[in-house]
Design a protein around this ligand. Structure first.
Ligand code: AMP
Ligand code: ZN
Length: 465
């Protein structure tokens, strides 16, 4: 059984998609006014883990992530650089795709852009006006939240604070401002605009997600995600727009990740702690270590991003890599150990059950590392055979379809001659010919292979030369 914490009910709920075996997933994507920062990537990494896990469990997932390429922030950015909105956002859209590829995030099925869905937005806005949920004022169009009694159910706001008739034009505003929000903003000097049936202007931020989710996923769909900052007003407004327009439930499961902070502090440009992928890659940090760190804290816990935590993530990932390496390169004897099949099954079960319990990554990783520890000690005792090594490799590769933190299969294979040298050194050590053993070790080090003798046997690591 899979269960998720649903922000809407405030409870853990068993997960049942609308259509058996299929999941329709919508995740709020980037506002392309700047390079995405490590906090944004926490949200995208959690969503990627969720999606990969559902695929691992056999679901066919249709994933849509919007790209907000027109809003208050993008318009301001383009204006200050004196270039067109399109020219301005292109830079950040390209950067976003490059970064998600670097972080091994599985591509969504659709990345609809707000600017490419203006006619559909107008249709929904007109429909909302006809149904009496929206009204025009000074050339702009607002959603009247007093007309939508379910308003506030997701964010659990107190509707007593509601200020009927007051309006906000800004895309982002605070919880103490429960007022009518803009669906369409009238044309302003120096701003991009579209000539439409509801007048010249541009869309508010929230309408795009209602329009694009229904276009690609249907009027009601399974899961909608984002960071907790999206709950109010963005997701609250999406629910109001979609449910008022279609007259049915918008989304069954709302999943939100808690924020990432840096060195215990909220990220901000002024503190200089707002890292982009570029900043981190310049420091020679392996992107897969970044990914490991981002996914290895449960999504509903605060994630404190520190360089020390990156080092720890690197060490954990190193253990996984060494294990895989050893399975590939150790001179195992032919045969099979029946106990290993049991260990594999138990680990697979714990991994899947852990993630199935509201994506409890700690339980899943614990199962994996426990197994690595156990098998390593078996290897040291000569209790692992060729067939076991193959099965264990398949298991790790299968887990990595969810985690996506290991080098690809084609990478990281040692040339045969190096394997021979390693074996020669092993023999020299057994023969107590330490001088020869050290000489081989030094030669290997020159070729970028570092050997470590542990109580469980020798381990190999590739280092950059
Ligand atoms: P934006 O580009 O600001 O619309 O944000 C894109 C996604 O990143 C949204 O799902 C946000 O909730 C999420 N997000 C923004 N900042 C953080 C943060 N510090 N930690 C986690 N998620 C964040
Ligand atoms: Zn959205």
């Amino acid at each position: 059984m899979i269960r998720f914490f649903n922000t809407l009910s405030g409870k853990l709920e068993p997960f049942h998609p609308l259509k058996k075996g299929e999941v329709k997933l919508y995740t709020c994507g980037p506002t392309v006014y700047d390079h995405a920062h490590i906090g944004n990537f926490r949200a995208y990494a959690f969503e990627d883990l969720l999606k990969r896990f559902l695929v691992f469990m056999g679901y066919k997932v249709t994933h849509v992530m919007n790209i907000t390429d027109v809003d208050d922030k993008t318009i301001k950015g383009a204006h200050s650089e004196g270039i067109s909105l399109q020219e301005y956002t292109k830079k950040y859209i390209d950067s976003f795709f490059k970064d998600i590829d670097t972080l091994r995030m599985a591509r969504a099925d659709h990345y609809p852009r707000a600017t490419e869905h203006i006619p559909e937005m107008i249709q929904m806005i007109k429909g909302l006006m006809e149904k009496g949920y929206a009204y025009a004022k000074d050339g702009s169009i607002y959603f009247s939240i007093a007309k939508f009694p379910n308003y506030g159910r997701l964010s659990k706001i107190n509707l007593k604070e509601l200020k009927p008739g007051e309006r906000v034009e800004l895309d982002e505003y605070e919880k103490d401002n429960i007022i009518d929000f803009a669906l369409w903003k009238h044309k302003k000097e120096g701003e991009p605009f579209w000539e439409t049936e509801v007048g010249p202007g541009r869309p508010g931020w929230h309408i795009e997600c209602s329009v694009m989710s229904s276009k690609y996923l249907g009027e009601t769909f399974d899961i909608h995600c984002g960071g907790t900052d999206n709950i109010f007003p963005h997701h609250e407004n999406e629910i109001a727009q979609s449910e008022a327009y279609f007259g049915k439930k918008f989304v069954n499961y709302w999943l939100h990740c808690r924020h990432l902070i840096v060195d215990g502090e909220k990220m901000s440009k002024s503190l200089g702690n707002q890292y982009t992928m570029r900043d981190l890659l310049e420091k020679n940090i392996d992107p897969l270590v970044i990914r490991f760190l981002l996914i290895s804290t449960h999504y509903r816990k605060m994630l404190n991003f520190t360089f020390k935590a990156l080092e720890q993530a690197s060490a954990s990932l190193g253990r996984m890599k060494d294990f895989l390496y050893e399975l590939k390169n150790h001179p195992f004897k032919n045969g099979e150990n029946k106990n290993v099949a049991q260990i594999i099954e138990k680990t697979r079960k714990n991994f899947a059950e852990g993630l199935g319990d509201d994506l409890n990554i700690s339980v899943a990783l614990r199962a994996l590392f426990e197994m690595i520890r156990k098998v390593n000690s078996f290897i040291g005792k000569g209790k692992i055979f060729k067939k076991d090594a193959e099965n264990l490799t398949d298991l790790i590769r299968c887990f990595d379809t969810v985690l996506a933190v290991l080098p690809e299969e084609k990478e990281d294979i040692l040339p045969e001659e190096i394997m021979i040298k390693i074996n020669e050194r092993e023999k020299a050590r057994r023969d107590r010919n330490f001088e020869l053993a050290d000489r081989i070790r030094d030669q290997l080090a020159k070729e970028g292979i570092v050997l470590e003798d542990t109580k469980d046997g020798v381990r190999w690591k590739k280092v950059r030369t």
